[in-house]
Design a protein around this ligand. Structure first.
Ligand code: NAG
Ligand code: NAG
Ligand code: NAG
Ligand code: NAG
Ligand code: NAG
Ligand code: NAG
Ligand code: ZN
Length: 925
């Protein structure tokens, strides 16, 4: 699954909750039974908007592995007519059995059928059950979605599934665990004006036996798959068929008036599918794959085998409305889901504990795949390095968690779909790729896929394959094994800062490690942790930034203590060293004062481009974080950052902006903000001018990095009022407003629209806001709607913002529920919006909870957005509010922990470090 906000989960109660509850309370199903095949029939009613429902029956063939007197499976919110349940033995002597009683366990959504006669090991049984429910509005299970037909102005309804991680149980009774793979024969009934899609191709279509104009479509039998990968949809969409000789049939589906936005995905899809066939050395096993853009979709996308579902923004691309950034993101998501067809679908994790394995891999392999198909985008470094910086921030909290962790409740699974699983997972896999080298990495991954196809595996299975490959290719010393190394990264929370202390006369360096925390108050004992760190480095005289192969390792004892390490043969005392070439490993590097001085000298006065661009970004990110935690002074940090006046590349700038934007927010409303703004203008203006300002029109000759660089520089130049950024943005916006058909013709260059809209709205009138809101309502392109929703939150007008907050949480969903969390985040990130948004949230938390319940993803986004609080009084108020409102934040315990800690870090910093910063700001402005 691709995670956009994060995952939602049902914690509701069965309709049958009045039944006796059972004593069986273990979080995994009993192991005496195993499903072999499901015959699933579902009839979907989309005609009456007041009665969007489904009903059906499931016939499950079950192998008895041990004798048992009950069948325990999952069912949630389904109406089940128990008089219609049948059970019989179908192997050996065919015999009728029956159900004597039923019970439920609402915590784990178990539905227990006690059998009249014991089920005997070695036999096969057939259980049939009817079920029915409403198509829900919460974007999970089997749910409804809708869109407005632009010609008739009527609402069109469709149905679609979202089962991961644990919602198949709310669509039909099933053994809803990833390890219980089974074959599926799915048959869908629906009005014949619709199309039905499922994992497999259509086998045959027949008229419904009684309902007029209804048909039954039966799909081919599937391969063994996990329940969370089952999918189906009934819709009236159009499609584009991709052509790729020899490959599977690939179709891209969308509502008819968006079908012209399918071209890019239809062209890119087969290319990336073919790439992964070669990468894994296993052909795509299904005859077809469909990708479908669903108007209401809570995640980024979902990799259901053979029927991949997407949010519109993740699949639809409009040449005239979507930015390059949106296009790249789309390619990443498509590649991510395609990678899952092997890593996840063909080889599946045994249990949700190893969720990170499929998600980390899909994240990393997606970047490799896109880089292969679009080498001109230079996406690999950009994506991976930005992921690393983002995770460095999150994972420096005490409330962070390991990539791999025990899962017992389905609400824990939901919180696992976070940046740590995806982005840190991807980052440590990249690290492994870089220390193993190309051959060993590829060979090991191939082996793992081939050995475990159609089965379930754990991370240790992967480590075994990789260790073997590593030793075979000589990529790792014989006495090292991947499991020991990687366990230190996947089972431990956090990551190290490596301290490099040089002895200049002896030309050696002492290297030590400790866990990095944002909170300077964490005691040294808690910092004493050990990771197996591959060390790569270069020096001013060598400047060899090409090889990321480790030149040494930091090792750990069996007890997890770090062994001291000395590096020798370092250069003379007037030459710097840099560790962690191309940020190939997941750690921060801190140096002694002299080495920082040497680095700063080269950056500010010397040949700064002789330092690899990724390492320039690393130095900026590291030093600003060290200053934030007091490990370095702001004097060193600002001196280093002042080199940005010379920098013309995307990565170092993006690193700087990620950190400085946070500083800027902290300083808002303090006396230091003026100086800070001056500093930002001083840094940004040379590059703004170098890029030709807003109207600089050398885009055709620019590469992708430069286009994206320009977008972020304009955004921040306008934020800090540099040069003519705001005036030019307003002029652009006015030109757009004066167009007769603004929805057809938008003169603002696509890639800077997000920045221009925001600047214009920030400095604009009520009428400007209304104009943009109208464009939102009329837009047919999800990515354009996305940037408009963010821009509307840039306003500084309290009245407009208040109105916007009402619209965001309006149950009429003019703004779709899936987009509300991000719209809210935009409001509270602004100076005027922050107090308004916080108050609105605290006053309306119950209503907002009702809007999303039982899904928790958007509530999580809202909580995270609240980390903008910076003063102690507001912190205390928010803390009291959270405590009082616990019941609205069920399943979000971890998010709350992270949010409260992030806020506390802001507060502490304001109280303790802001003065130090301002002292040095004077010097650099
Ligand atoms: C159902 O049977 C399994 C053993 O096959 C047993 O572990 C479990 O406790 C039983 N469930 C109930 C509710 O009795
Ligand atoms: C479409 O329907 C809405 C109400 O659902 C109405 O307000 C609007 O005027 C209609 N538009 C057209 C073009 O008919
Ligand atoms: C994009 O805009 C150009 C120029 O306005 C127009 O000619 C073209 O048809 C548009 N493309 C699409 C797909 O709408
Ligand atoms: C540096 O190394 C030399 C030679 O080994 C030693 O004499 C000196 O004390 C060391 N300096 C420091 C500061 O550790
Ligand atoms: C590093 O790689 C680049 C590009 O592949 C090459 O131009 C350069 O000479 C290499 N540098 C060293 C020191 O090997
Ligand atoms: C932005 O708005 C402020 C206050 O309304 C105004 O003083 C300033 O001139 C505006 N900037 C531009 C470039 O119009
Ligand atoms: Zn995924």
């Amino acid at each position: 699954m691709d995670w956009l906000v994060f995952l939602t989960v049902a914690l509701g109660f069965d309709i049958v909750a009045t039944k006796p509850t059972t004593s069986y309370d273990y979080y995994r199903l009993p192991t005496s039974l195993r499903p072999e095949k499901y015959h699933l029939r579902v009839l979907t009613h989309l005609d009456n908007p007041n009665e969007l429902t489904f009903s059906g029956s499931v016939k499950i063939l079950i192998d008895a592995l041990r004798n048992t007197k009950n069948i325990t499976l999952h069912s949630l919110n389904l109406r089940i007519d128990e008089t219609q349940i049948t059970l019989k033995q179908i192997s050996g002597i065919k015999k009728d059995n029956c159900i004597s009683s039923t019970a439920v366990n609402p915590v784990h959504n178990y539905y227990i059928l006690n059998t009249c006669q014991e089920l005997v090991a070695g036999n096969v049984y057939e259980l049939s059950m009817p079920f029915a429910a409403d198509l829900n509005r919460q974007m999970e299970g089997y749910y409804r979605s809708s869109y407005k037909d632009p010609v008739t102005n009527l609402t069109r309804w469709l149905s679609v599934t979202q089962f991961e991680p644990a919602s198949a149980r709310s669509a039909f009774p099933c053994f809803d665990e990833p390890e219980l793979k089974s074959k599926f024969i799915i048959t869908l009934g629906y009005h014949k004006k619709y199309t039905a899609l499922s994992n497999m191709p259509v086998k045959e279509t027949k008229p419904h036996e009684s309902l007029k104009d209804y048909i039954w479509t039966e799909f081919e039998e599937s391969l063994p798959i996990s329940t969370y990968l089952v999918a189906y949809s009934v819709n009236d969409f159009s499609h584009k068929t991709s052509t790729q000789p020899g490959g599977p049939l690939l179709r891209t589906w969308a509502r008819s008036n968006a079908i012209d936005q399918c071209d890019y995905a239809a062209e890119f899809g087969p290319k990336v599918l073919q790439h992964f066939e070669e990468f894994f050395g296993v052909k795509f096993p299904l005859p077809k794959v469909d990708q479908i853009a669903v108007p209401d979709f809570d995640e980024g996308a979902m990799e259901n085998w053979g029927l991949i579902t997407y949010r519109e923004i993740s699949l639809l691309y409009s040449e005239n409305h979507s930015s390059l950034e949106a296009k790249e993101k789309l390619a990443e998501v498509v590649a991510h889901e395609m990678a899952h067809q092997w890593f996840g679908n063909m080889v599946t994790m045994k249990w949700w504990t190893d969720l990170w394995l499929k998600e980390g891999f899909a994240t990393y392999l997606a970047s490799l795949g896109v880089a292969k198909i679009h080498p001109e985008w230079n996406i690999l470094d950009r994506e991976m390095i930005n992921n690393i910086f983002l995770t460095f921030g999150l994972d420096a909290l005490e409330s962070s968690h390991p990539i791999s962790r025990p899962i017992k409740l389905i609400s824990d699974i939901a919180e696992s779909f976070d940046a740590i699983s995806y982005k840190k997972g991807g980052a440590v896999l990249r690290m492994m790729h870089l220390f193993l080298g190309e051959e060993a990495f590829r060979f090991g991954v191939k082996q793992y896929i081939q050995l475990n196809s159609y089965r379930n595996a754990e991370q240790d299975n992967l480590w075994q394959s990789l260790s073997k490959a590593a030793h075979q290719f000589g990529a790792l010393a014989k006495d090292y094994d991947i499991k020991t190394i990687m366990d230190s990264w996947t089972l431990q929370t956090g990551y190290p800062v490596v301290h490099i202390t040089r002895n200049y006369s002896a030309r050696i360096a002492k290297v030590s490690q400790e866990r990095f925390f944002l909170n300077p108050k964490v005691s040294p004992v808690h910092r004493k942790k050990c990771w197996w760190v591959p060390l790569s480095y270069t020096s001013q005289d060598k400047r060899d930034f090409n090889s990321t192969a480790p030149m040494a390792w930091m090792e750990c004892t069996n007890k997890g203590a770090s062994l001291p390490k000395t590096i020798s043969n370092l250069p003379q005392s007037d030459q710097w060293v840099i560790f962690n070439i191309q940020l190939s490993s997941f750690y921060k590097a801190n140096y002694d004062a002299q080495n920082w001085k040497l680095l700063i000298k080269t950056l500010t006065e010397g040949d700064f481009e002789s330092i690899h661009v990724i390492n320039r970004a690393q130095l900026v990110d590291d030093v600003l974080h060290f200053a934030r935690t007091g490990m370095q002074s702001y004097e060193v940090a600002l001196e280093l950052v002042s080199y940005l006046k010379r920098e013309r590349e995307y990565l170092p700038w993006n690193a700087a902006i990620l950190s400085l934007q946070h500083l800027g927010r902290l300083l808002r409303g303090t006396p230091h903000v003026k100086l800070f703004k001056r500093l930002m203008r001083k840094l940004l203006t040379p590059l703004y001018q170098h890029l030709g300002g807003i109207d600089g029109n050398s885009q055709s000759t620019q590469n992708q990095d430069q286009i994206l660089l320009k977008a972020i520089i304009i955004h921040w130049a306008c934020q800090y009022d540099a040069s003519d950024c705001v005036a030019k943005s307003l002029a652009h916006f006015r030109r757009w407003k004066s167009e007769t058909y603004p929805d057809e013709k938008n003169p603002i260059p696509i890639n800077i629209r997000a920045s221009v809209y925001c600047a214009a709205i920030k400095n604009g009138t009520k009428e400007d806001w209304q104009f943009l809101w109208t464009r939102f309502l009329k837009s047919n392109v999800a990515s354009e709607q996305g940037i408009i929703l963010i821009a509307l939150g840039c306003s500084q007008d309290a009245k407009l913002l208040q109105r916007y907050l009402e619209l965001i949480f309006d149950p009429a969903e003019v703004i779709r529920k899936q987009d509300s969390g991000l719209s809210f985040a935009s409001v509270v990130s602004g100076e005027v919006g922050m107090p308004l948004g916080m108050k609105y949230f605290m006053d309306n938390v119950e209503r907002i909870f009702q809007l999303y319940n039982p899904s928790v993803g958007n509530m999580g986004t809202i909580l995270i957005a609240c980390s903008v609080i910076t003063d102690r009084r507001q912190y205390n108020e928010f803390k009291a509010f959270v405590k009082k409102s616990r019941r609205f934040f069920k399943g979000l315990e971890q998010t709350i922990g992270q949010t409260m800690e992030a806020i506390l870090m802001n507060v502490q910093w304001m109280e303790q470090s802001s003065k130090q910063l301002s002292r040095f700001l004077v010097k650099y402005t």
